[in-house]
Write a protein that binds this ligand. Structure first.
Ligand code: NDP
Length: 252
């Protein structure tokens, strides 16, 4: 039997950007741990299909995480329809690869809104309620690029570096009201977001060589860390980023 500190059954969890990839794997992990899970994305049909493949009590809510009024309405709808949120995973995100000199203003704002402003908007709406109730767990999906960067992804790294600092700020503001906020920092994980890199044999081999674990990450590799940060075992853990990267950020 699992230690009771890791028991999160009966909690309600929202995972943003969970129609596929890391978000869907984390949602499945939370559902398997006995949580009531709410999937989020921008496409209702995709979400319904994803929800049908998960066990337990699974719901969906459609909103664009970059749109403040939709976020506010979406969180209110979840709380009314499903129940008080105990756990929020700010996972929705995107990648745009281009040399910085060729990066357009529109793309800058798009990636900033999707990867950073989203966590502020969704986090604020959830935390309004969590702080009032005196408990809650928020997990912001950061990245190994919260720490290090490669050519061609400076804006992405800037959003993820800032998300790490936003995590610490949320911890400072909401910790006194019983809400713990942490980051989970994936390394290179095979998803649609990294498809061009996986398909690039040279780059793909570089990732395997460069990662002490000797392989690309799988979405399921992230589940244990997320469940820990969402559980009572992490009640005194806040403002941290847990890197799940096969060791990559630790070695040259
Ligand atoms: P995917 O591209 O596979 O999935 C992204 C998810 O986010 C989709 O479900 C998409 O749903 C949703 N999404 C995107 N934009 C919005 C939006 N504006 N509003 C609501 N939902 C949105 O990416 P990954 O699973 O790879 O990445 C998930 C997170 O993990 C991201 O934050 C990413 O930066 C981070 N990460 C990923 C790494 C990797 O190697 N894969 C490494 C480090 C961090 P839909 O299109 O249906 O709306």
């Amino acid at each position: 039997m699992a230690h009771p500190l890791f028991d999160i059954s009966g909690r309600t969890a929202l995972v943003t950007g969970s129609s596929r990839g890391i978000g869907l794997a984390l949602a499945r992990g939370l559902a398997e741990a006995g949580c009531t899970v709410v999937l989020n994305g921008r496409d209702a049909e995709r979400l319904t299909k994803a929800a049908s493949e998960l066990p337990g009590d699974v719901h969906t809510v459609v909103f664009d995480v970059t749109d403040g009024p939709s976020v506010a309405a979406g969180i209110a709808d979840v709380e009314e329809r499903v129940g008080p949120l105990d756990i929020l995973v700010n996972n929705a995100g995107m990648q745009l690869r281009a040399p910085l000199l060729e990066f357009t203003d529109a793309d800058w704002h798009r990636i900033l809104n999707t990867n950073l402003t989203s966590a502020f908007l969704v986090g604020r709406e959830a935390a309004r309620r969590m702080t009032e109730r005196g408990h809650g767990k928020i997990v912001n999906i950061c990245s190994l690029q919260s720490e290090v960067v490669r050519p061609g992804i400076a804006p992405y790294a800037a959003t993820k570096g800032a998300l790490k600092m936003l995590t610490k700020g949320m911890c400072a503001d909401w910790g006194p009201h019983g809400v713990q906020v942490n980051g989970l920092g994936p390394g290179y994980i095979e998803t649609e977001l990294t498809r061009p890199l996986v398909d690039d044999e040279e780059f793909s081999a570089w990732v395997r060589r460069r990662t002490p674990a000797g392989r690309w990450g799988r979405t399921d590799d992230l589940v244990g860390g997320a469940l820990f940060l969402a559980s009572p075992a992490a009640d005194f853990v806040s403002g941290q980023v847990l890197y799940v990267d096969g060791g990559m950020t630790s070695v040259l």
